[in-house]
Design a protein around this ligand. Structure first.
Ligand SMILES: Cc1cc2nc3c(=O)[nH]c(=O)nc-3n(C[C@H](O)[C@H](O)[C@H](O)COP(=O)(O)O)c2cc1C
Length: 180
């Protein structure tokens, strides 16, 4: 079982801490886990050319933008499950995460049925951000497993909330089960 984490925070903050925890738990449960920190990747903006649509739903086209997405695509496709994490920015996913989502255009038709969970961190909310991730999952036909939301502002502040680790453990267990 391979679990991939995708972190949409531009800093080593709360989202990253939570995703690390989940992947650690998954590894203890026997899974192979990898965290992709979008902040460290060269991922250019989708320019909307739609050349990836060559071949229709089969998506025989590649993304013509040759950057770090090229090494990320195979990881996304071979993972048995994904967990996506984002800080709440103006009630939505971060720009870093949204651009990642846009750049999955060449592979989105191949994600049907893949289990996915969401993580979101905000100073106070709102939590429509989970709906953003769910909408992405639904467009791709992915299987929604659940989410963990937490309140925090400064890096690692989320670690002080004792409920967070328990909630992450429950979500990790559900994700591992779903991918069997
Ligand atoms: C550009 C920007 C927009 C933000 N918008 C919101 C918001 O709409 N609601 C909120 O509660 N917090 C907002 N925050 C606070 C972050 O969600 C909060 O600091 C969170 O802990 C960041 O996650 P991270 O530590 O993983 O980066 C915003 C922060 C930034 C930098």
């Amino acid at each position: 079982m391979k679990l991939i984490g995708i972190c949409g925070s531009p800093r080593n903050g709360n989202t990253e801490w939570m995703l690390h925890k989940m992947l650690e738990m998954a590894e203890k449960g026997g899974a192979q886990a990898e965290l992709i920190l979008l902040r460290n990747k060269d991922i250019k903006l989708c320019d909307g050319c739609l050349s990836c649509e060559a071949g229709g739903k089969e998506r025989k086209g590649d993304c013509k933008i040759k950057d770090d997405m090229q090494e990320i695509y195979p990881k996304l496709l071979t993972a048995d499950a994904w967990v996506i994490g984002t800080p709440v920015y103006f009630g939505m996913v971060s720009g870093l995460l949204k651009n990642f989502m846009d750049r999955t255009c060449p592979i989105w038709t191949k994600l049907d049925g893949k289990p996915i969970a969401g993580i979101a961190v905000a100073e106070e909310g709102p939590w429509d951000v989970i709906a953003n991730i769910k909408t992405y999952a639904s467009v791709c036909g992915m299987k929604w497993i659940g989410s963990v939301k937490a309140l925090a502002k400064t890096p690692r502040q989320v670690a002080k909330d004792e409920t967070v680790e328990k909630r992450l453990a429950r979500l990790t267990a559900k994700l591992l089960q779903s991918a069997v």
